[in-house]
Design a protein around this ligand. Structure first.
Ligand code: NAD
Ligand code: WQD
Length: 339
């Protein structure tokens, strides 16, 4: 099998490339490196001992995409490329719609022209907005609350329309919850630009001394310890879910949609405590006001992916934290200063 991974140099994409290569898949990564570095792909090659192709290109560059597809003879595309910062999307909606939606349109046009119609798409739990209840199932109402989440929902709808118009398309829409962790080698991991928005990389940077103290956003939620409960999933589990989705597309046409999570929520204080056990010392933090847009509790019902993909997350919070810490402690500055 020959697979193009868009966003392949990114956090999730690079871990997907590792799993594909180790499964014997021929992999080519496409990335404009706006939020990553080519170093991640060099390390993917080192981890797997296998070569992978790489094109530094923007999804919106149709001419370059046509060239890539004319050379690649791809069987499928795993589409991870996209901008993903919620607050940035509120400030710059047009940038998010152009990059994420227009980028996907151009990708699909190039795929259709090349006769490549198997697509796995990186969607997000943010398409649900604030769920009325938990655990969240795939048939729950959709209601994103910001341009980033809407960009993902718009793309999901576009992909469904595409499949209706041409049944030769086979599409898996994967709604990720909170990917965390890193490959067990400690060689690749999450390397956010600037100050991390997300909990796990922020804690890791406090632990390694890059940041001083963690702010815990609210302790008055209706949860067991008052802090937010979210469904964290190990990025390697997530990557393996993409392999399962690829195989699913080979056996069943049309559009399928799956929540990829563990089905187990962890509170902020539970994540902090797990990190403290992993490093053997306290993580300094302060309880502050809630962060606008956060919700109290969010975790999935993982049964559909289990039953239809034969996939379930294997790693628990201890493993997520241990692998996060190995990556951060071995790479205090991530992949290093951006060129
Ligand atoms: P990331 O920023 O590490 O990876 C995205 C990659 O896409 C980056 O390498 C970036 O350079 C590339 N990219 C962005 N726009 C591009 C374009 N126009 N052309 C070519 N390359 C482009 O982020 P990630 O955490 O690995 O997320 C991967 C995907 O998963 C994204 O689509 C994101 O929306 C989605 N997702 C992420 C999370 C999360 O919490 N990390 C949760 C749910 C969904
Ligand atoms: C988790 C919990 C916070 C930071 C992000 C992306 C979203 C999606 C999933 C792409 C909450 C608390 C956090 C901190 C804290 N990615 N927290 N102090 O909010 O689910 O969203 O990941 O689709 O787009 O924004 O994850 O890690 O930011 O927050 O107390 O410094 O940690 O309040 O309870 P979230 P998160």
């Amino acid at each position: 099998m020959r697979v193009l991974v868009t966003g392949g140099a990114g956090y999730i994409g690079s871990h997907i490339c590792v799993e594909l290569l180790q499964a014997g898949v021929h992999v080519v990564a496409l990335d404009n490196l706006c939020n990553s570095q080519e170093e991640s792909l060099r390390r993917v090659g080192a981890i797997t001992g296998r070569a992978l192709g790489f094109f530094e290109a923007d999804l919106r560059d149709r001419e370059t995409l046509d060239e890539i597809f004319s050379q690649g003879r791809f069987d499928a595309v795993i589409h991870c490329a996209g901008l993903k910062a919620v607050s940035e999307s509120v400030a710059h909606p047009l940038e998010y719609y152009d990059n994420n939606v227009q980028g996907t349109l151009t990708l699909c046009q190039a795929m259709a022209a090349a006769g490549v119609r198997d697509l796995v798409f990186s969607s997000s739990a943010t398409v649900y907005g604030e769920p009325a209840t938990v655990p969240i199932r795939e048939d729950f109402p959709l209601g994103p609350t910001h341009p980033y989440g809407r960009s993902k929902l718009f793309i999901e709808e576009i992909l469904r329309d595409l499949s209706v118009s041409d049944p030769r398309w086979n599409i898996a829409r994967l709604r990720y919850f909170n990917p965390v962790g890193a490959h067990e080698s400690g060689r690749i991991g999450e390397d956010p630009n600037g100050i991390p928005n997300n909990l796990m990389p922020y804690i890791a940077q406090v632990a390694v001394g890059r940041l001083q103290r963690l702010r815990v956003f609210g302790s008055d939620y209706p949860t067991p310890d008052g802090t937010g409960v979210y469904d964290y999933i190990h990025v390697v589990d997530l990557a393996r879910g993409h392999l399962a989705a690829l195989h699913k597309l080979q056996e069943s046409p049309g559009v399928v949609t799956y929540n990829l999570g563990t089905g187990r929520g962890y509170s902020v204080l539970e994540v902090i405590a797990a990190f403290e056990r992993a490093i053997g010392r306290p993580i300094p933090y302060d309880i502050v006001e809630r962060r606008p847009g956060d919700i109290a509790c969010c975790y999935v019902d993982p049964s559909l992916a289990r039953d239809e993909l034969g996939w379930s997350a294997a790693y628990d919070l201890e493993r997520m934290v241990a692998d996060t810490w190995r990556w951060q402690s071995q790479n205090p500055d991530g992949y290093g200063a951006r060129p």
